[in-house]
Design a protein around this ligand. Structure first.
Ligand SMILES: N[C@@H](CCC(=O)N[C@@H](CS)C(=O)NCC(=O)O)C(=O)O
Length: 338
């Protein structure tokens, strides 16, 4: 008798945990808003424009998910997070997902219990120095003072790099990219190190960008991507396949210019499944047939989002590089829509 009571309690507890863990899609729908964690400000990736509207490459992922789930790309509460606060914000449920220059690592997955749903930018850590310092390689940085954002992989890679090369450095710990920029320009540190994309974004805002050089060494792998909490697979699937939809759309030639025409039906069955004129992929995801269409319409396919926010025609000027489609020699490779 006692045993069955205990079992009963355990089962209910298990179910309750399952229900709570599986509820983010429903929570977002009930709230009518997606709580999306972003950076405090990295131009091109996530920053508010002159009208206070969040813009950027990471912001675009939040808006695409809101469009897919809520049919409204503006139904997003953007929650700025620092390197230190981002994981607590996600673990506590303050945010539904994090889309913020965040590197997929073993310990963030296994120990912190987050699920990276994909990679939206393949990056690596670099160094920026004032030209006047006369340094041309990171191996010449022995004894340098280094501005470094706390709670990041950057901090750890820096320690590894200097150790491997038998060099010493003095860290100048900072909390946000804005603070790093300010400290670096004020000469509080000789070097600013972060993800190379972040260096390009930061340098683009300098009055005299040409006075600063990004050194040739890339000392780490920084696969950046959106993440959710472990345990809620339905929600993980929604975010994962929304990102994949943007990537696949580029590969399949679906653009913001032709999407309405293609949505009516094409002679490519995978395009039809992606855009919902064939098959039931939306239903499988707990959404409707046109979820991916809405996600793609917000800012276009992955390539359009890249070009508009951080690409070579923008002040940030990033080349596609590793972030080209696999068909162009890059690493972007969305699994099949079938
Ligand atoms: N990718 C690294 C570093 C991420 C990071 O915090 N980068 C800085 C420099 S670009 C940043 O995004 N700052 C945003 C902010 O301060 O708002 C990580 O995941 O730990």
């Amino acid at each position: 008798m006692k045993k069955s009571v205990i079992l009963g309690v355990a089962t209910v507890a298990g179910l309750a945990a399952g229900a709570a863990a599986a509820g983010t899609v429903d929570d977002v729908k009930a709230r009518g808003k997606l709580n999306c964690g972003v950076a405090t400000g990295v131009p091109g990736f996530a920053s508010p424009d002159a009208n206070g509207e969040w813009q950027g490459f990471d912001v675009a992922v939040c808006r695409a998910v809101a469009a897919a789930v809520l049919d409204d790309p503006t139904a997003v509460e953007f929650i700025p997070t620092t390197g230190k606060t981002r994981f607590t914000a996600l673990a506590s449920g303050e945010i539904d997902m994090l889309a913020r220059n965040t590197t997929w690592t073993f310990s963030r997955d296994v120990d912190l219990k987050f699920e990276f749903v994909g990679i939206n930018y393949y990056d690596g850590q670099g160094f920026m120095v004032p030209k006047a310092l006369g340094v041309s390689s990171a191996k010449e940085l022995d004894g340098a003072t280094v501005c470094i954002q706390t709670g990041t992989t950057t901090e750890l890679n820096l320690a590894d790099f200097f150790r491997i090369n038998n060099m010493s450095y003095e860290p100048v710990p900072i909390e946000t990219n804005a603070e790093a920029q300010q400290q670096y320009l004020a000469g509080a540190c000789d070097v600013y190190t972060t993800d190379a994309s972040g260096l390009a974004a930061t340098r683009a805002t300098f009055e005299n960008a040409a006075d600063h050089v990004i050194l040739p060494e890339i000392i780490s792998k920084e696969p950046l991507g959106p993440l959710v909490r472990h345990g809620d697979h339905e929600w993980g699937d929604v975010v994962r396949w929304t990102l994949n939809a943007l990537i696949a759309a580029e590969e399949m030639g679906v653009t913001s210019a032709n999407i309405d025409e293609m949505a009516a039906g094409t002679d490519n069955p995978e395009v039809n499944r992606l855009l919902g004129s064939e098959g039931t992929l939306g239903e499988m995801l707990g959404l409707d047939a046109t979820w991916a269409q809405r996600a793609i319409k917000v800012g276009g396919n992955y390539g359009e989002v890249f070009a508009k926010n951080i690409g070579e025609e923008t002040p940030i000027g990033l080349a596609r590089g590793l972030n080209a489609q696999w068909t162009d020699g890059g690493l972007l490779y969305a699994p099949p829509f079938r």
